[in-house]
Structures are given as C-alpha cells and as structure tokens.
Design a protein around this ligand. Structure first.
Ligand code: ZN
Length: 268
C-alpha cells in the first residue's frame, strides 16, 4: 500500500525533503530543538538514518516524537566492523509506523580493504536486503569504491524479485555508466551539498530522469554552500534542491515539487 503515511496531506505540508540525515548523532545534542525549529520554518521533512542498532533505535524514537521525521534502520558497512546483524532486534524496530527504509547498508572499499573485508560486508549487506524484501521496504545504500560489486549483487536479485527490490543510492558519487546501471534496476540516486561546490556530478544530474533523483544532506556532514565548513542540518537541503534545478536548467518550483513527490513515493 502506497499511501499509508497520508500522501496528500504531506504534499501540502512538505516543501523540501532531506532523505538522509543523522539527527540521531550527538552533534545535535546541544541545540536539537533549534534545529527542529528551522526544519519547521522551512517546511522540511527528513529521514533520519541509523548506522547501527543504537542509532537506529534513536532514529525511531525521533520519528515517533516529531511529525517531520521518518526513520531508516540498519547497519553501516564500515562505521564499526564489529557490529553484526541482529535480526530479532531489528524485527522489533521495523514494526514501528514511521520506519520507511532499511540501511544505511552497502559496500565500502575506501575505508576498508576489499581483499580482507568483502565477505563480511557482503553478508551484512545481503542480510539487510533480505530483511527489506521481507518487510517490503526500500534500501538506503551506502557505497564507496564498491558500486560495481554492489550492482553485481543487486542485478541478479532484481531479476528474481522484480519491483519488490527497490532503493536509493545515498550520496551518489559515480559516473553516468554506474548511474545507468542503478536506474536500470529502478534505484533512485540522491545528491548532497557536495554538488554546490563541485561539478563532478553535473552530467549525471542532467541526464537522470527528474523522477529518479532525490535531495539529501547527509547532515551533520558536507554542508552545502553557503554553509560550507559548518555543521550541516536538514533545513539546508533547499540549497541542494536549488542547485539541482540550476544544473538541469529547469524551473525551481517544478524541481522542488518533484523531489518532494519522489521522496513521498519512496516512503509511501
Ligand atoms: Zn549517512
């Protein structure tokens, strides 16, 4: 069912959607309510993403408390290599009403050696993919130096599972060839504030269909211009949306509305 979160009322309420933030991180402890005030003032909604069980639980608690927040639960591939998938614990979390995705999960061979770590990461990733399929949720992918390895796992699964396998590639940093392979299996690509200070992703942002692009901050990391160097937060996602419109040479209002629509489709 697509509209259990009240699709229509959210379209009216939400002006911007940051599909990947970490408001569950300690970076916000001191001024959390001020961050939430700015979220409300800018009519921004965000998916708060877990990187292990504890931060996933925190994401769910925030989603329970704040209307503007949704939760994504899972285990990051390399943040803490000692963390293992504990399905029972996540079973309890996934039943909460505002859990909208599983992750961030994926493969990262930038921070860790592929030769030594591939099997562990693959196992952790596939456990979460199967969990997402079981609960009919999209996956939130984290990948660094691991796109082709990920696609080699996802493409055959897509053939088997069809539309049930869906997801977003968070912090997309690949070229057009990689982008196309993800688009071919129906995965969306999301972009952070990085696009406000590098042209590296302009070609992909121009070529990808607008309904396959998402806006995100990855806050507290990579604040967009003009906030570069500061702690990032979801209300800054509008700078990412502005830049996507500018790169594509399209009307801001059309791009803004479509990016909200894309996020609602993901969480619906
Ligand atoms: Zn993240």
């Amino acid at each position: 069912m697509r509209c259990q979160t009240g699709h229509f009322s959210l379209v009216l309420m939400s002006k911007f959607f940051d599909i990947h933030s970490h408001l569950n991180f300690p970076d916000y402890e001191k001024d959390f309510e001020e961050v939430i005030t700015r979220l409300r003032e800018t009519r921004t909604h965000t998916i708060v993403v877990g990187t292990d069980y504890e931060s996933s639980k925190k994401a769910v608690e925030l989603a329970d408390k704040y209307e503007e927040i949704y939760a994504c639960i899972g285990i990051h591939p390399v943040d803490d290599p000692k963390k293992v998938w504990e399905e029972e614990k996540f079973e309890n979390l996934v039943r909460r009403p505002k859990v909208v995705a599983i992750g961030e999960c994926g493969l990262d061979f930038f921070h860790s050696d592929k030769g030594q770590d591939y099997e562990r990461q693959k196992e952790l990733f596939l456990a979460q993919v199967n969990f997402a399929l079981k609960h009919n949720k999209p996956i939130m992918i984290h990948a660094r130096n691991g796109y082709s390895e990920l696609l080699d796992l996802l493409e055959p699964l897509k053939k088997e599972r069809g539309d049930k396998l869906r997801g977003d590639v968070h912090f997309f940093a690949g070229d057009w060839e990689v982008a196309q392979r993800f688009l071919d299996i129906g995965f969306t690509l999301s972009f952070t504030g990085v696009i406000t200070f590098t042209h590296d992703y302009d070609a992909v942002i121009k070529k990808a269909p607008l309904n396959m692009i998402m806006s995100e901050t990855d806050a507290p990391f990579v604040a967009p211009a003009p906030y570069r160097g500061k702690r990032n937060e979801p209300s800054y996602v509008q700078e990412v949306v502005k830049k996507i419109a500018e790169i594509r040479g399209e009307d801001f209002e059309i791009v803004r509305a479509q990016l909200v629509e894309n996020a609602l489709h993901m969480i619906g």
